[in-house]
Design a binder for this molecule. Sequence first.
Ligand code: SF4
Length: 186
Amino acid sequence: MGYSCYENSFTIFFLFMIFRKINSADIYENLLNIKQITLEVTDACNLKCKYCGYGDMYFGYDNREAKYMSFHQVRLLLEYLFIIWEKDRPDSKIPKTYISFYGGEPLLNMNLIMAVVQYIEHQTISRDFVFSMTTNAVLLDRYMDYLVAHDFHLLISLDGDKAAQSHRLDTSGRNSFDIVYKNIAI
Ligand code: SF4
């Protein structure tokens, strides 16, 4: 009998966990304590990987139109967050907030990224930020010094050796291994 009661209360708890609806207070709480903001700074890319989720092997995704996010769009979001963080203090135990740049290939919109970094670094808000980026590294040699100076965390897409990289092609259909490897081996 005792076991059965335990089992029933566990089931109720489990159902509550599955079906509880989030509400506006939950969303606000999460915005106050947000740990990562990921910005798709462009849907353009300088590679044409065979298995790309936006490529020929898939369907049902939104059209890639080589759009570039503007600084105005990012500033609207950040201004709102800075206001609520000032008004209703976040949990002081939350770790740093990651500002993550994503694409497409984010290095194609480096002007925006530099503007966002400058904007955040000039804020007086008491919160620590870390910049991160997911990149195919094709343009890494151009911006490496800047990324190091601002302590970026990089996630570089490389499938392995040259044979393994054979599905990651440039827009002329050539294997991208040599240029990527050269850029990350510097
Ligand atoms: S680098 Fe990424 S976004 Fe660009 S084609 Fe390859 S998988 Fe797609």
